[in-house]
Write a protein that binds this ligand. Structure first.
Ligand SMILES: Nc1nc2c(ncn2[C@@H]2O[C@H](COP(=O)(O)OP(=O)(O)OP(=O)(O)O)[C@@H](O)[C@H]2O)c(=O)[nH]1
Ligand SMILES: [Mg+2]
Length: 301
């Protein structure tokens, strides 16, 4: 069915690591499409969250946090984040204001945006954690940067201010046919989302460098007549000592990770899931082009 009133466009969401970008995309979509953790650098690839708002389809592009990258994987992540801005009608710079000030990563993003001469939408996030006066001070100082077309005060976590921002953004989308089906909420294939969910549990359950030394891939996906699905995944780590930690004493840790991931997958898929996790040591997975190709990251960023 064609509808001449249709509008459709991309909204890129950029910001420092941990600003709350993925939380915001999930809040906008009203479902979990991108993984979230209290640790920095959780998101590694661009994830699209799709929202249909009356005649307007908005595609929100969650991106990895932007910081000064050193390693190859970090460079590819940051490149993917800036790319998320290139094709978007509107870009939102999301800033965590919970500490009452702008951090160095955000400062560097603002300076880079100034060089591009591009106007962006500023969204101050985590306002549930900061006093009004402090907030107004921050708005005034950021406004003086001269690169923001609009300012919104939001809490991605509670949803405060998010609907209002979305209503405004919808009016800025260009006329054009919808790009995604009416029921589609994300561009991420199920196998990849399933791997991301396991990776989130690793971020939530393991400390220190482990989340950064690991990656997860879905190896097989088998659907059965009784409606259940069997998913096998590999967790790659870089060293034997890391493998031992991920497994835990008598395999207790990997069991807990698998259980949390399975429960969430069952909720999303609305059916029974059998999830098997295997841990493999691959010292140089961050230098293996195949790992990057699986996620659509540019190996040579
Ligand atoms: N209090 C509060 N916490 C928030 C809010 N938005 C996000 N958070 C928390 O901030 C942390 C980081 O959230 P993410 O959504 O993973 O942040 P991100 O910007 O996607 O992070 P990266 O993917 O690592 O760049 C999580 O613990 C969230 O629960 C908010 O509005 N208020
Ligand atoms: Mg994220």
């Amino acid at each position: 069915m064609s509808d001449n009133n249709q509008r459709c466009g991309f909204v890129g969401i950029i910001g420092a690591p941990n600003a709350g970008k993925s939380t915001l995309v999930n809040q906008l979509v009203g479902a979990k499409v991108s993984i979230v953790s209290p640790k920095v650098q959780t998101t590694r690839v661009r994830v699209m969250g799709i929202v249909n708002h009356a005649d307007t389809q908005m595609v929100f592009v969650d991106t990895p946090g932007i910081f000064a990258p050193k390693k190859r994987l970090e460079k590819a992540m940051v490149a993917a984040a800036w790319q998320g801005m290139q094709d978007a009608e509107v870009t939102i710079l999301l800033v965590d204001v919970s500490k009452g000030k702008v951090n160095a990563d955000t400062r560097a993003i603002i300076d880079r945006l100034k060089e591009t001469g591009r106007k962006v939408v500023l969204a101050l996030n985590k306002i549930d954690m900061v006093k009004k006066e402090k907030l107004l001070e921050l708005v005034a100082s950021l406004n003086s940067e001269g690169i923001f077309s609009d300012v919104y005060l939001i809490s991605a976590l509670t949803g405060d201010g998010v609907k209002h921002m979305m209503d405004d953004l919808a009016t800025r989308m260009p006329a054009g046919p919808w790009m995604f089906g009416e029921d589609q909420i994300s561009d991420m294939p199920m196998r990849l989302l399933a791997a991301e969910i396991t990776r989130e549990k690793i971020f939530l359950q393991l400390g220190d460098e482990l989340p950064y030394a690991s990656t997860v891939e879905t190896e097989s996906w088998e659907e059965f007549d009784n409606g259940s699905v069997k998913v096998s995944q590999t967790v790659y780590v870089m060293r034997d000592t890391q493998k031992a930690i991920v497994l835990g004493k008598g395999g207790t840790r990997i069991k807990k990770i698998g259980q949390a991931a399975r429960e969430e997958l069952e909720e999303i898929l609305e059916r029974r899931v059998h999830l098997s996790l295997f841990v493999k040591v691959r010292e140089k997975w961050t230098d293996d082009p195949a790992r990057y190709a699986a996620w659509g990251l540019d190996f040579n960023s």
